[in-house]
Write a protein that binds this ligand. Structure first.
Ligand code: SF4
Length: 770
């Protein structure tokens, strides 16, 4: 028995493993009795992150494992699609059918006709990529466009690393900023402890969130209840304050960022050495040296880079152009957003904006955590880039107490695990968005419906419910109905599973072995099963590996999951057996200022306030204010009929996205979906507490009960996503036919033009009695 399994005197055992009801992956002690039955889970005090704490979702593991409504056997559809008539089949029959159908589609329509999809991911993202690459085209249809990819992409471009989320070093921070992020709910067991300890020793807290009931709002030194989607205006105003009040870190900005880089003031193109010398290097970026009053290479160790310079130069070809620095353009853009203007756009007070910006810039070190609150807007690129710029110019990047380097995702999602398709196949991905690296869900649904640019015949979904996660849900339903072949592997019969041809039973985290990695950054864990899978449930990775071997064993040489885990762990010089034995493994110690060794892993080796990658594809290289596509300011005509800002995706600490409304212990904590309406607004609309109301956007309407509150702006309507499941044990209903599905309200016409994000958290709506 490995050391991570502790025998009990009564013949039972305690298994050290990790919860996977959310991405925090808290350390768990799973108690199993002598009959092999899971009887209890508790937090593992040895886990340095959750230190013995578990949230309600984690504590419900035994209930989720044994829930009577779980899918337990492979099922085949025998009625019409969606009719709910099923026949139990064997795993062999299910796998034979899937293999045969996928091979036929590849032969007749090409590998691109099969889409592998997922939801938030249960640790199998990279293997999902690999399945797509095995067939030829890696669509990876997932909610990544509203969760993580905009943040990851922009951060990797600017920093070459991921200093956000898990990179926040709250333990050593003097100023913690929660910007559109509610980590003390969403990763409660870890973040709440860190934040509480830091608060107790005097660290400041700033909360920027439209929700007055954010758990830290009442404890914050500054709470800015920003208008949903106006965060780019607020961030540019912070940059304005920080630059104009000289609160930025001069040394860091000059030495480690590309802010001093010379650019053409009109086109914003970088100026290279070739502009100054006939034989100059066309790839060498330049700065202006204040000492010698001459252009010098950007990496020059002797030069003193000028930040504020604009002058006319004559190029080697005789043309005259005005040259400036990236810093100057940033400064001009920030100057166009004084706090007074931002206050009007963001529905905030001018002084509050200034005071909060000053507090963050002068209380060092400071860490900003951001998440979906800033991401799920049609202006996500500019918002994220502006907030990242704030971290950068204050020198809070990769320092203890600030936002630290987390390299893990680069390794786990790299080509070694996901595989690399030929370039011609990569080009077949369905994305109009230059910086969205996978097939964009909206374009996948369109391709299924129209057959253009090529037919999509099959969709294989492992732990995903796109009817719930994708914008314009009604179109998703239409598209799934049109598919030739839909396979869904999940815990429960979700609305997506209900439309499938084959449904497969997915093993719970207590029933499966896996490596708990991904977002952990500093550590990863041997997430070993506590019990054997019940009924005929199988682990997702078993299904993917076996399907992969059937499709092409060259891509999937591993005969067992253990062999696959050993391959995954190779770079860390540890085997699966050893990882299981020791349970916890320290991957990347937090060491500050790694950039001092070799610079930043970006094209310029500087922290790129001006993103060369964005510029190389004709996207804006610098941050700026941008209105959401649907707002009272961008569409005043529409706002006359739809006067409220709609923000969806309001969180519950007891649910994870669309999961677990069927678990009685969790459902009791939040029994039904409610739309949050300001009490004064409700009075004007004649809406009472608990009354049913329609919430209507220009794109659809849904119905929920009203929850009246003073904890939200009078012009903002907030509602949750993910409601579909019934809880028969409590007599609480499900919500079929998308009647309470927030994504029916969200347009698939408006997306961030670079990153493909829809306006899930900033659209327009009206509300009226049902
Ligand atoms: S925060 Fe809760 S759900 Fe998430 S891993 Fe920890 S115990 Fe599980």
């Amino acid at each position: 028995m490995p050391a991570s399994i502790i025998p009990k005197p009564d013949g039972g055992k305690v298994v050290k493993t990790n919860c996977f009801e959310c991405h925090a992956k808290c350390g768990v002690l799973a108690h199993v009795d002598s009959s092999g039955t899971l009887v209890k889970v508790e937090g593992n005090p040895e886990d340095p992150r959750n230190q013995g704490r578990l949230c309600p979702k984690g504590r419900s593991a035994v209930q989720i494992l044994n829930d009577p409504h779980r899918v337990n056997y492979p099922l085949k559809r025998v009625g019409k699609r969606g009719e709910g008539k099923w026949e139990r089949i064997s795993w062999d029959e299910a796998m034979d059918t899937i293999e045969k159908r996928l091979k036929e589609y590849k032969k007749n329509f090409g590998g691109e006709s099969v889409v592998f999809g997922q939801g938030t991911g249960r640790g199998t993202n990279q293997w999902n990529h690999r399945l797509g690459n095995t067939l030829g085209v890696n669509h990876w249809c997932s909610p990544a466009h509203i969760c993580l990819l905009p943040l990851m992409t922009t951060s990797l471009y600017m920093f070459g690393m991921l200093p956000i989320w898990d990179g926040c070093d709250f333990e050593r921070s003097q100023c913690m900023v929660f910007w559109g992020s509610n980590l003390v709910w969403t990763e409660a067991t870890i973040s709440a402890g860190e934040v509480g300890r830091s608060r107790n020793r005097g660290a400041k807290i700033i909360v920027i969130d439209p929700n007055y009931e954010h758990p830290l709002a009442s404890r914050a030194d500054h709470f800015l209840p920003v208008r949903p989607g106006s965060d780019s205006a607020l961030a540019m105003a912070w940059i304005n304050v920080i630059i104009e009040e000289d609160l930025y870190d001069h040394d860091f900005v000059k030495k480690w960022t590309n802010a001093p880089m010379l650019i053409d003031a009109e086109t914003l193109d970088p100026i290279t050495e070739a502009a100054f010398k006939k034989e100059g290097n066309k790839g060498q970026l330049m700065i202006w040296d204040e000492m010698t009053h001459s252009p010098q290479p950007i990496g020059s160790t002797t030069a003193s880079p000028a930040l504020n310079i604009t002058q006319e130069i004559t190029l080697t070809d005789g043309r005259k152009i005005t040259v400036t620095t990236a810093w100057q353009i940033l400064r001009q853009r920030a100057a166009a957003m004084p706090p007074e203007k931002a206050a009007k756009l963001c529905w905030l007070e001018t002084d509050k904006i200034k005071e909060a910006a000053r507090m963050y810039a002068t209380t060092k070190p400071g860490a900003i955590t951001v998440f979906q609150g800033i991401e799920e807007h049609t202006n996500s690129k500019h918002t994220i880039q502006a907030i990242n710029t704030i971290m950068a110019i204050t020198g809070n990047i990769d320092v203890y107490g600030g936002n630290m380097w987390v390299p893990f995702w680069n390794e786990m999602l790299g080509p070694r695990l996901a595989g690399m398709p030929p370039e011609s196949h990569a080009q077949k991905r369905l994305s109009n968005f230059k910086h969205y690296p996978n097939s964009h869900p909206t374009q996948v649904w369109d391709a299924i419906l129209t057959g253009k640019p090529y037919p999509i015949k099959a969709y294989i979904s492992v732990q995903g419910n796109p009817i719930s996660w994708s914008e314009n849900s009604n179109k998703v339903v239409e598209a799934l109905h049109k598919l030739d072949f839909l396979v869904v592997m999940d815990y429960f019969m979700s609305p997506t599973a209900n439309l499938a041809d084959i449904v497969l039973p997915s093993a719970h985290w207590t029933e499966r072995d896996y490596i708990a990695d991904e977002l952990c950054g500093r550590w990863f864990f041997g997430q070993q099963k506590a019990v054997e899978p019940l009924y005929e449930r199988r682990s997702d990775i078993t299904f993917m590996r076996e399907l992969g071997r059937r499709l092409d064993p060259k891509w999937w040489p591993w005969k067992t999951n253990e062999e696959l885990f050993d391959f995954q762990l190779e770079p860390y010089k540890i085997t699966w057996a050893e990882l299981k034995e020791q349970w916890i493994f320290e991957n990347t110690p937090f060491i500050e200022k790694r950039y001092e060794q070799n610079g930043f892993p970006t094209p310029s080796q500087k922290l790129e306030i001006y993103s060369l990658i964005f510029k190389s594809t004709d996207s804006d290289p610098l941050p700026d204010y941008e209105e959401p596509a649907e707002s009272p300011y961008s569409q005043p005509g529409v706002a006359k009929d739809y006067p409220f800002i709609l923000t969806t995706g309001r969180r519950y600490p007891n649910y994870y996205h669309s999961a677990y409304r069927g678990i009685p212990y969790l459902r009791e904590l939040a029994p039904e979906p409610r739309v949050f309406i300001n009490s004064e607004t409700a009075k004007k609309l004649g809406i009472g507490e608990n009354e049913e109301v329609w919430i209507e956007s220009p794109h659809g309407k849904i119905k929920m009960k009203a929850q009246l509150t003073d904890g939200i702006h009078q012009r903002v309507i907030a509602l949750p996503h993910g409601w579909w499941q019934a809880c028969p044990e409590l007599g609480l209903p499900g919500y079929p036919d998308n009647i309470a599905n927030a994504n029916c309200l969200i347009s698939d016409k408006y997306h961030d033009k670079d990153l493909g994000t829809p306006g899930s958290r900033s659209s327009l709506c009206k509300v009226y009695k049902a």
